[in-house]
Structure formats: structure tokens, C-alpha cells
Write a protein that binds this ligand. Structure first.
Ligand SMILES: [Zn+2]
Length: 148
């Protein structure tokens, strides 16, 4: 199995749930320090520059910790996406990062959009966090078409 499949399976959202579709495509990331401390909330939205809402929210959090893996591990992440199910790629990335979905957040093994990519800083962080190369992130977690 590759990173995409591993991450997708690891992400604890229920597959194939139905969202009401009435809300704009947004994601809410809640971050709690494991040692205790204030909860932080990051709102992500889908756009051409931002990519998918989930990754936009993640990106905002990563900036605040300067893409530091040790700081990242000191936090628990919870993601909520009510407008749409998380796509295959976002679900995989969230699963690899051990982010927990809220009850009404779903996933589906579909690609959304022509070609998937994440910001270079996020790609670099994923490579560091997973102990791999950015090339492998590009090959296994980005691009287009099903990989399993
Ligand atoms: Zn997505």
C-alpha cells in the first residue's frame, strides 16, 4: 500500500455519508495542545489559490508552528467538514497526520478536481513528518487519477 491508501484508511471518518450541501465548502480545524492549553480554531475555505478547504485550514495552523514536527506532535487535531465529504487526497493527508474527524464529517474515495496538489510548505512538512521525500509526497499524495 502507498501513502494515499494508508492515510485514507487511517482517517476515521465514515465513508459515503450524506452532507446537507447547504453550507459553503468550508473546513474547521480545531487544535488542542496535548499538555493542556487553549483550543485554537482555523477556518479553511476552498479556492483556486488555497486548494481544498481542509488543507487550507491545516496550512494556517502549520504556519503558526513554523512547520515544526515536534510542535505538531504536541497537538491533537480535529477536523470538521460539513459541506462535502473529504476527498480521497484530503482524507489521506488528514489520516497520515492522525487528525480526528467530527461525527458528521465523512470521506469518500473520489478525486475532486482535475489534479490535486498541496502548497510547497505543506508538502515539505508532510515529508518531514513522515520521514520521506517531497518527491514521494508528490507521487503518492498528489496528482490525478486513482492510485488504487
Ligand atoms: Zn479534498
Amino acid at each position: 500500500m502507498g501513502l494515499l491508501e494508508d492515510g485514507y484508511r487511517a482517517f476515521g471518518a465514515i465513508e459515503g455519508g450524506t452532507n446537507d450541501g447547504s453550507q459553503s465548502c468550508e473546513a474547521v480545524l480545531q487544535v488542542t495542545p496535548v499538555q493542556g492549553g487553549a483550543l485554537q480554531t482555523f477556518m479553511g475555505s476552498t479556492s483556486a489559490q488555497n486548494g481544498h478547504a481542509e488543507i487550507h485550514a491545516l496550512y494556517q495552523f502549520l504556519k503558526t508552528i513554523n512547520y515544526d514536527v515536534t510542535s505538531f506532535r504536541a497537538h491533537q487535531l480535529t477536523i470538521e467538514c460539513l459541506a462535502k465529504a473529504c476527498c480521497r487526497h484530503c482524507a489521506a493527508i488528514l489520516g497520515l497526520l492522525r487528525a480526528a474527524p467530527t461525527v458528521r464529517t465523512f470521506k469518500e474515495p473520489r478525486n475532486r478536481g482535475v489534479s490535486y496538489s498541496v502548497p510547497p510548505d505543506v508538502r515539505g512538512f508532510l515529508a518531514k513528518f513522515l520521514g520521506t521525500t517531497t518527491q514521494k509526497i508528490i507521487e503518492e499524495l498528489e496528482g490525478s487519477g486513482p492510485k488504487w
